[in-house]
Design a protein around this ligand. Structure first.
Ligand code: NAD
Length: 310
């Protein structure tokens, strides 16, 4: 097997379970030194245990990989700094970060508490910032640059019972695209290459166990090769992309762009009356694919609810 990450040091948040653990093991198998960062929490973020990260480090070491554990909360700036410092102090560099850590606090928007909002935004969105911020600052001074890999979700389009999660996942795409743009400006001035991309995975883990409608899914191990590729020398020019990965399917998302415009008559400005007249016959509306699929989702949810009761 050719090794894609020989000599690189990779930190993986959420590396103690699910997709993060599979990614940590794949990075080790591809020759990387691995920092396993995991707070060892329940799905809602409660009850931290450090043995989750330690047990993946033991698995990596048993397979001949050099690995260390950091058992901190990624929503804290100090933890991001600590993870990056652990990589640099122990192995001499930080060549890739993969932000997989995540939690869920499901609630309809109109019932959601401030705590439920804050907890999810903190772990997902800020949990990317804390790592990207500190890793980027080291990578921009390394001749070999580095790679940032964020974990978003198809739910960034919209979610009925996880508006906090959908908002965080949309924010992760914008944050990662901004990192890619900053990196491009550094490269344009002759600096090192840093690429930044997102993966939108679907895999059978504790997090996807309770999805109340049918979804295409696959193993956690099926996600890892994409993260390995994006951090390898083979993907230095791949940046600012979002890839869905599920089982044997990988898809690329389009770049967000305006699709149609209308201009007010005589070089003037629009009034509500003119917009009412012209919008339906010129730029029209774009359908949210999840609203278009709502009937099927609601039928699946009703069937799942009935099966639980009966
Ligand atoms: N499983 C799926 O189908 C799916 C779908 C879309 C997106 N995702 C995303 O992929 C990522 C991984 O999901 P998973 O299914 O492997 O989840 P998981 O619950 O199996 O694993 C998440 C890991 O993150 C750790 N963690 C949680 N909060 C933390 C914190 N504050 N600091 C450090 N570590 C913390 C947990 O201890 C756990 O080991 C998440 O970002 C999730 O949103 C997963």
């Amino acid at each position: 097997m050719s090794k894609y990450l020989e000599g690189k040091t990779i930190a993986i948040t959420g590396g103690g379970g699910g997709i993060g653990r599979a990614t940590a093991l794949a990075c080790g198998a591809h020759g990387a030194n691995v920092v396993v960062a995991d707070y060892g929490v329940e799905m809602d973020g409660s009850d931290p245990k450090s043995d989750v990260a330690d047990s993946v480090v033991a698995e990596l070491e048993a397979a001949g990989t050099k690995a260390i554990a950091v058992a901190g909360d990624v929503s804290k700036m100090d933890t991001g700094e600590q993870i990056v410092a652990a990589a640099v102090d122990t192995y001499g560099s930080i060549d890739g970060v993969v932000c997989v850590a995540g939690n869920l606090r499901e609630r309809m928007l109109f019932n959601m508490s401030e705590d439920e909002w804050d907890a999810v935004i903190a772990v997902h969105l800020k949990g990317h910032f804390t790592l990207y911020r500190h890793a980027f600052n080291v990578m921009r001074k390394q001749e070999t640059g580095g790679s940032l890999v964020g974990f978003t979700s198809g739910a960034f389009i919209a979610s009925t019972a996880q508006a906090n999660y959908a908002a965080a996942k949309g924010g992760i795409i914008s944050l990662t695209r901004s990192a890619a743009l900053t990196a491009a400006s550094i490269k344009a001035r002759g600096g090192p290459v840093i690429n930044a991309n997102c993966i939108a995975p679907t895999a059978r883990t504790r997090m996807s166990e309770n999805v109340p409608f049918e979804i295409e899914t696959g193993s956690a191990e099926a996600i890892a090769p994409m993260a390995v590729y994006l951090m390898s020398d083979a993907a230095r020019e791949v940046t600012s992309q979002t890839y869905s990965v599920v089982g044997g399917r990988i898809s690329v998302w389009n770049q967000p762009a305006e699709v149609r415009s209308m201009f007010a008559p005589d070089g003037g400005e629009w009034t509500p009356e003119l917009i009412e007249e012209w919008l339906p016959k010129t730029i029209k509306t774009e359908v949210n694919p999840f609203i278009a699929d709502l009937e099927r989702r609601m039928a699946d949810m009703a069937a799942a609810e009935a099966a639980k009761e009966g």
